[in-house]
Design a protein around this ligand. Structure first.
Ligand code: PLP
Length: 418
């Protein structure tokens, strides 16, 4: 079925038939499926009456702001953060990112001249396509977002290095260094080295290192990325990275554990600020996770079981796209080796039309533009596909429908003579 631009009459007839089916499918949600959540259901009966931590801490009581040591030990390797520099906290890494930026607004970061709220302008670089909630967080806190293009190696480092070196109001950059949301990019060692070592005009410039998909491999050769904390320390910038991660897509999304890592100075700074908002995290949940996952090998084994469930869904997305658009100019898609998303790139100006056609046919896609700051993709070319949540058959059906919509959008444009 591989084709270039289809003829309009056939594309329209296919689309009308699709609409007539009255489907209700959803490819918007970067959520684990019920089958994935089932993998962690035994955790719900933990810790039972084994509520004492290894060091004798009674997890039912206050105390232990940094989070349970045995859980931090399990995630230390995956996140490349020494146990003593890793915090295990609440149920979400996004809240840790928000807290970190909000604390930086209200208290000078290690190395900062002043609080960000006292700066005339605070800007963050946003590699695009990127994760919309990073953007929302910045918008909420009046931080300007400056888009930077992604390359297959990570953010375009020429642009990043120039902006960071020249402009002291650039205080941060969002990085999803492994299996990026949404295009699956893995940062090369050279990109990580440059991010860790490049000169920065702002003494309090930070890498917001969101390693959300650290262990979420889709192949049997887990990808490794360079150790940003060590590289930054070696380059004389120990306080530059804030590392984030969570078990949201390992155990339960919304009832997992978020992690924050950094230099000893950053960790100390953060813990001293957070005591104003909580006496400490939910250690019972930490213990439940530690007992269930056991160790780094237990974590890896658990992630292999996730992969068995979701890899076929990613394969199905790739298969439908390959069958329909292998030879279509301007249409391409990512082939992620991990993470939760596929990025479909369509000819400029067609993304929102494809999303609209899909919606009218009962297939919900992430709004075009969501992958860019302020919801504006200037090329209107990027569509984020999230295949994990629906069952495999639904992924197939939804993707077949997306192909029909894209064929119609391409044919309509072709007939307009554009
Ligand atoms: N970071 C990225 C890159 C994500 O894709 C997501 C969820 O989709 C999150 C963070 C949210 O993580 P959490 O549930 O730990 O807040």
């Amino acid at each position: 079925m591989s084709s270039t631009v289809p003829d309009l009459a056939t594309a329209t007839a296919d689309y009308d038939a699709l609409v007539a089916r009255g489907m209700s499918l959803n490819l918007t949600r970067g959520k684990p499926s019920a089958a994935q959540l089932d993998l962690a259901t035994p955790m719900l009966s933990l810790p039972g009456d084994r509520y004492k931590a290894q060091d004798g801490t009674d997890t039912r009581n206050y105390q232990g702001l940094q989070g349970l040591a045995e859980l931090r030990a399990i995630f230390s390797e995956a996140l490349d953060v020494p146990v003593r520099q890793l915090i295990a906290f609440g149920n979400s890494s996004l809240e840790l990112m928000y807290d970190t930026v909000a604390h930086a607004m209200l208290s000078a970061l290690p190395g900062a001249r002043r609080r960000w709220v006292d700066e005339p302008r605070v800007a963050f670089l946003a590699p695009v396509p990127g994760y919309d909630r990073h953007f929302t967080l910045c918008e909420r806190l009046d931080i300007e977002l400056v888009p930077v293009p992604m390359t297959p190696e990570g953010p375009d480092m020429e642009t990043v290095a120039r902006l960071v070196a020249d402009d002291p109001s650039v205080k941060g950059i969002w990085c999803v260094p492994k299996y990026s949301n949404p295009d699956g990019t893995v940062y090369s060692d050279e990109t990580v080295r440059r991010l860790a070592s490049m000169p920065a005009a702002a003494p309090d410039f930070r890498l917001m290192w969101d390693n959300a998909y650290a262990v979420h491999h889709l192949t049997d050769t887990p990808t490794r990325i360079a150790d940003v904390l060590s590289l930054a320390a070696q380059a004389g910038n120990p306080d530059r990275p804030f590392v984030f991660g969570s078990t949201s897509k390992i155990t339960f999304a919304g009832a997992g554990v978020g992690f924050l890592g950094g230099s000893p100075a950053n960790v100390d700074w953060w813990l001293k600020r957070v005591v104003a908002r909580t006496i400490g995290p939910d250690k019972v949940n930490h213990l439940r996770h530690a007992l269930f996952l056991r160790d780094a090998e237990g974590l890896a084994e658990h992630m292999r079981r996730h992969r068995e469930i979701i890899a076929p869904k990613f394969a199905s997305v790739a298969q439908v796209l390959e069958e329909n658009f292998a030879d279509t100019p301007g249409v391409s898609w990512s082939d992620p080796a991990g993470g939760y998303f596929v990025t479909l790139t369509v000819p400029n100006g067609l993304a929102s039309e494809v999303v609209r056609l899909a919606k009218d046919a009962g297939i919900a896609l992430t709004p075009a533009g969501a992958t860019h700051p302020y919801g504006k993709d200037p090329s209107d070319a990027v569509i984020r596909l999230a295949p994990t949540f629906p069952v495999l058959e639904e992924v197939r059906e939804a993707m077949a429908g997306v192909a029909v919509c894209l064929r119609l959008a391409l044919a309509s444009r072709g007939s307009d003579g554009h």
